[in-house]
Design a binder for this molecule. Structure first.
Ligand code: NAP
Length: 322
């Protein structure tokens, strides 16, 4: 497993991280906890040293499973978690203030609860789960973050940007107040390359590339006949004609599979890793076999300029989260 520097944190993290939304169950849907812990343990065995979770992933369930996996392997790795917004609006409505979304007592209480779930004394990285650049001028959240850092409860601070809105945190990155940014980046949504990534490189802000498989579409394992459990997140995301269109677009990627790159999933991860701004990419995984397949994407070279140029034509701007 190759490692990369997580921006100004100066911490070396595995370039393939573990996305821990799915194992938290909640909105994502059902998961088998025993299998999820086995997937986490396998990832740790294979050198994955970065895990992305959140309080909201099953109200701490994902965080608790991570603590369980650490006990099994008897070592801990870098964990990034997130504070949910008190305003409970995803994305935040225009006019929502930082004080409504992230009041100081809310940030502090949730940080302390995440510490308990993770059985840790310090969070490596605490992130806000949503962000609006209008919140930069409000001091209360900044004071709360400073206090948590001073108390040693949080080491680094970052923000997870709203879906498909990489332009919504440019002022924050310029401000120097964040160590990391988490953003959707995949073959279909290449928009962070325009302004966000150059700025993150200039400001030495670590980039966590999320949703590399477009919620499963870019694994190449879905077909128009795939059915999802009732009330599952993927059932919502791929509703109506969306699954059919996704599969058609994924089929058009298959002529690009050549040499070491044999699957669409490998191509999708290699695409993310080929941008120099990316510190780590965090595929969501609930099975050891997916962990093994995804970790192997760290082998070999990044994509060359020719396949990257060809992939540009596959960008597909839209928002299936709505
Ligand atoms: N607002 C936010 O901050 C936010 C929002 C979304 C996601 N995230 C973070 O980003 C992470 C990744 O996003 P995501 O989990 O939503 O979506 P994703 O990584 O794009 O896709 C996950 C899906 O891909 C499947 N998969 C993984 N590896 C595979 C393989 N090798 N072959 C076939 N299928 C494979 C998973 O199956 P199994 O689950 O069955 O293994 C799961 O269904 C999350 O886990 C979370 O940490 C953050």
């Amino acid at each position: 497993m190759e490692c990369r520097r997580l921006g100004r944190t100066d911490v070396q993290v595995a370039e393939i991280g573990f996305g821990a939304w799915g194992i938290g169950k909640g909105w994502w849907g059902k998961a088998d906890d025993t299998l999820s812990v086995r997937a986490l343990v396998r990832a740790l065995e294979l050198g994955v040293s970065f895990i992305d979770t959140a309080y909201a992933y099953g109200d701490g369930h994902s965080e608790r499973l991570i603590a369980k996996a650490f006990k099994e392997v008897r070592h801990r790795v870098f964990v990034a978690t997130k504070v949910p917004p008190k305003s409970a609006d995803w994305p935040p409505k225009p006019g929502t203030t930082a004080r409504q979304a992230f009041p100081a007592d809310w940030i502090i209480t949730h940080t302390e609860q995440s510490l308990q779930h993770l059985q840790a004394e310090r969070l490596d990285l605490q992130q806000f789960h949503i962000w609006r650049d209008e919140w930069l001028g409000e001091p209360e959240w900044q004071e709360a973050v400073h206090r948590l850092k001073r108390q040693g409860k949080v080491q680094f601070f970052g923000v997870s940007i709203m879906d498909h809105q990489p332009g919504s945190a440019l002022e924050l990155v310029k401000s120097g107040l964040v160590d990391t940014i988490q953003v959707i980046y995949n073959i279909f949504d290449q928009s962070p390359e325009e302004a966000l990534f150059p700025l993150c490189r200039a400001q030495d802000v670590g980039v966590i590339a999320r949703v590399p498989f477009d919620e499963g579409g870019l694994t190449g394992r879905l077909s128009p006949d795939t059915t999802f459990p009732r009330d599952s997140f993927q059932g919502f995301y791929f509703r109506e004609g969306r699954l059919q269109e996704t599969c058609e677009r994924v089929d058009r990627l298959k002529p690009l599979l050549e040499g070491e790159i044999k699957t669409v999933a490998q191509l999708a991860l290699k695409f993310c890793l080929s941008h120099p701004a990316v510190s780590t990419v965090i595929p969501g995984m609930r099975r050891p076999e997916h962990v093994e397949a995804n970790c192997s994407a760290s082998d070999g070279e990044p994509l060359g300029s020719e396949p990257l140029a060809a992939l540009r034509a596959h960008a597909w701007p839209r928002n299936f989260y709505q």
